[in-house]
Design a protein around this ligand. Sequence first.
Ligand SMILES: Cc1cc2nc3c(=O)[nH]c(=O)nc-3n(C[C@H](O)[C@H](O)[C@H](O)COP(=O)(O)OP(=O)(O)OC[C@H]3O[C@@H](n4cnc5c(N)ncnc54)[C@H](O)[C@@H]3O)c2cc1C
Length: 407
Amino acid sequence: MGKPHIVILGAGYGGIMTAVKLEKMLSGQEATLTLVNKYDYHYQTTWLHENAAGTLHHDRSRIPIKDIMNMQKTEFVLDTVVSIKPEEKKVKLENGELLYDILVIGLGFEATTFGTPGIEEHAFTIRNINSARLIKEHVEYNFAMYHHEDEKNPGRLNIVVGGGGLTGIQFLGELVNRIPELCEEYDIHKTMVRIINIERSPTVLSDFDKQLVEYAMNSLESRGVEFITDATLKECASDHVIYEKDGKRVEIPTYTTIWAAGVHANSIVEKSGFEHHQGSIKVSHDMRAPDYDDVFAIGDCAMIINRDTGEAYSPTAQIAIQASDTVANNIRALIQEESEELETFEPKLLGTVVSLGHTDAIGDILNNRKIFGWKAALMKKVIDNRYLLKLGGFNLLIRKSKFNIFN
Ligand SMILES: Cc1cc2nc3c(=O)[nH]c(=O)nc-3n(C[C@H](O)[C@H](O)[C@H](O)COP(=O)(O)OP(=O)(O)OC[C@H]3O[C@@H](n4cnc5c(N)ncnc54)[C@H](O)[C@@H]3O)c2cc1C
């Protein structure tokens, strides 16, 4: 191979961490590195629920790419990927195209609506900085409208969250912290606000230990969340939702539905003709796409199979960050022609901590150790801060860290 062109699509956890590592591993004589992203900043997807609830300003969750990457070594292309043509080693962008020798696909996720009528048109999703900011503004607008209208409309103060997984629960935790402030600001009595979670399974956080789930539900209920489990959201309109439980359809007036009931890989993967499973590329042990030795997939675009159970790992930021080591090492090995055999990626699951607001959380960490309350909340902030340290060292940690542990 001459001087190869490495193109990384997406500056999320998987993409930017791979880029940062390659920038350090390879000299400019060995390869040309291009990073493509829709925005000129990297954002912390795992903090977006805080931005959406309005408990953390969105500027705290984003970092300009020029502050992370060395722009002398990496070419940054601010553009939107439209499609990939792997046979031609080409990426089509909204404003041009790129040819690659080695490609990394890290374009993240999109919401899965399961064809539920009205979700696409009327529900909000927590996807990126823009969608999070919109949710925050929309909730405030409806609180402001409540006293502005002559005829009082309870739907303005009802907030429905569809889905009780990691995203839905963490958003609820932030929202219940935010509501008292909003009530004070807009002269609304707290008892007039309803926050409703609709979950299809018999319980929220169904992959978690029962004791932790019970703790999480009690904590959120005590702060005003109504859980409706074993119920399916059937329809969403601009001013109401309909759910079905025990064969009965029930309507809730609301202008704010947040859909957090499922995600799939960016649809560009499927549209570009890669062999996929439910939209993600089922990567081989070395993180490459089947049939394409020059294409790696990472993060929510990659499906990684647990070789012990045969099941796919749920895609998480934790796995995306870990996989960036293997992807970067393997790209270096290909370029430096070090070995035919590339490194195998095996996630080392360190557990999951679910935030329930700034001072409360639950966690299942390191060999099924359960943690609750402020200890878990502290652990969550340690995890967030550790990532900043990995990404941009002490400088970034000091500028963006979550040191506000007890408020
Ligand atoms: C609210 C919320 C909370 C979460 N909490 C946790 C948690 O606590 N722990 C955990 O491990 N996981 C959590 N997750 C899941 C985690 O965020 C994802 O698994 C992770 O972000 C995947 O990383 P990624 O690199 O694949 O994509 P992302 O981090 O989503 O990044 C994708 C990047 O691609 C860019 N992009 C997208 N489309 C295009 C395009 N067409 N052209 C150019 N650029 C594009 C985007 O701008 C973005 O920069 C959470 C998710 C959400 C939504």
